[in-house]
Write a protein that binds this ligand. Sequence first.
Ligand code: ZN
Length: 138
Amino acid sequence: MAFIKYVKDGIGYCIEDYGVKTIYLNKNLLKYKELHNKVLKHELKHYNTKGFWNNVIVDIKDFTDITKQIQLFGFTLKHPGAWSSIMPLTINKKEGLSVDIFMVIVWLVAGLMAWILVKSYLWWIDEKGNKTKNIVNI
Ligand SMILES: [Zn+2]
């Protein structure tokens, strides 16, 4: 049996304390039944998965549920306490500084995508300018 505690911050996480695994869920999730059940289902997967990389795989698989990601983002905007769940680094009294490797990857990929988008836009603008110049030169 899994212990579930409702807390003010984060979205959902599973922590082992003195050999007892506990699932923590944001209490505001209770207002959104569908999302609550999705998050609980996800944390139960972590609950039953052993090993660091196996848990990273659980997160990667979950990321393909786009509808859930959209709901989670909306939830995060509405309940700012949830922001700590999507930060690559978190500091809390219990665990100190902890690194969420999955979120580090997510932010790196998002950063790279943004960089590619900006770079290609700048290239496109530059290319357009060059064409105009060439026409003028002829
Ligand atoms: Zn997860």
